[in-house]
Design a protein around this ligand. Structure first.
Ligand code: F6R
Length: 355
């Protein structure tokens, strides 16, 4: 079943180009977007989008909030499902809720769905499992085409969620759609270029896996991917990892930065390269090792970073699909180097069906 791969996680990381191609094909045909007409109407008339999920799915929601607000000008609120279900919810006019869950069986996400339905808010599930509870109970459903995800740590489910969310953003985009669609169309192929370079990440992991603290920082979508990267690393390598919005560095996290710290700076937002560069200088001045993840043609960090991992160029809002693959591979190799089983991390279950 592992098809020659040592672990399901690595297999699933490597399956991303295909999973993304399959997911895109379901929503984008012959140069135009294709959604069930009711979902298209709902999204086009939506005035306020609420997105929820848990863990990795919540991080996908966070990325989507930046992208949808920027390209579609639609206000987006993001809440973790375990909070949403216990928080008094004030219904907004024209509100629609999108619930994201790979398994479609997560207790908090299902409880949130039931609450929103009681309030009369239209719901759309984004899930990977046909016939799951979420798909049966939501008003409408969109599927990711990731195929079965066996490893506990989510990889291809996350990037296919992102791609689906980007197609939604493109559908309701106020700006010219063609540039977005062209970038989306090229995204699966670009992930393959990264996977082909996994040995570079393996080598970097071999030099860093014994670091006791790893911090991920970034701004906007890079902040969301910092959270996802830290989650992945702690889940399977049991390394203490944290993430913060880079601008928050001076408001606390810098107190923990010392020579035993690896700081991974995600830098894919061109207007913020200079800000990120000063954050990196600040951590370097305290003895940290800095890995920068940026696009291939960027040279802002050449003199600051200890190591740079370069991503193929894409629309900066779509960078999460690429940058997260670097983090997935980094977490995977750290886990293996530490002698862990990345497929079955301690204390974690694939689907959290009880609170
Ligand atoms: C992290 C991970 C979890 C899940 C979360 C939600 O790698 O897999 O954080 O993302 O438990 O699961 P689903 O998407 O099935 O609702």
């Amino acid at each position: 079943e592992k098809c020659g791969f040592e672990h399901f996680m690595l297999k699933e990381i490597c399956e991303q180009p295909k999973a993304l191609r399959d997911t895109l094909r379901a929503r984008y045909k012959d140069g135009s977007l294709s959604f069930p007409v009711q979902i298209e109407n709902l999204l086009e008339n939506c005035k306020h989008l609420l997105i929820t999920g848990c863990g990795t799915a919540y991080h996908a929601a966070m990325v989507a909030s930046y992208v949808i607000e920027q390209v579609a000008g639609l206000p987006v609120e993001v809440l973790v499902a375990s909070e949403l279900r216990y928080r008094p919810h004030i219904r907004k006019e024209g509100e629609v809720c999108l619930l994201i869950s790979q398994s479609g069986e997560t207790a908090d996400t299902i409880a949130s769905l039931r609450l929103l339905k009681e309030l009369g808010i239209p719901t759309i599930a984004l899930t990977n499992v046909v016939g799951c509870t979420l798909s049966r109970e939501a008003d409408w459903v969109l599927y990711t085409q990731a195929g079965p995800e066996i490893a506990v740590a989510s990889t291809k489910a996350f990037t296919t969620q992102l791609l689906s969310l980007f197609t939604i953003a493109s559908l309701i985009a106020k700006q010219e759609r063609s540039g977005l669609l062209e970038a989306l169309d090229q995204l699966p192929g670009k992930t393959q270029l990264l996977i082909d370079r996994q040995e570079d990440i393996q080598r970097f992991a071999a030099s860093q896996f014994n670091k006791t603290k790893v911090f991920f920082m970034g701004r906007l979508v890079d902040f969301a991917i910092s959270l996802e990267s830290a989650l992945k690393l702690k889940e399977i390598s049991y390394t203490h990892s944290e993430a913060f919005a880079a601008g928050e560095l001076k408001h606390g996290p810098i107190a923990l930065v010392d020579t035993s710290t690896l700081v991974v700076a995600l830098c894919t937002q061109p207007s913020l390269y200079a800000k990120m560069d000063s954050n990196i200088k600040e951590v370097k001045a305290r003895g940290a090792t800095a890995l920068v993840i940026t696009f291939e043609d960027v040279h802002t960090f050449d003199d600051t970073a200890d190591a740079i991992f370069r991503l193929p160029q894409t629309h900066p809002l779509f960078s999460p699909v690429l940058s997260v693959i670097v983090s997935q591979l980094y977490a995977y190799y750290c886990s293996v180097l530490k002698g862990n089983d990345p497929d079955k991390p301690r204390n974690l279950a694939k689907s959290v069906t009880v609170e």
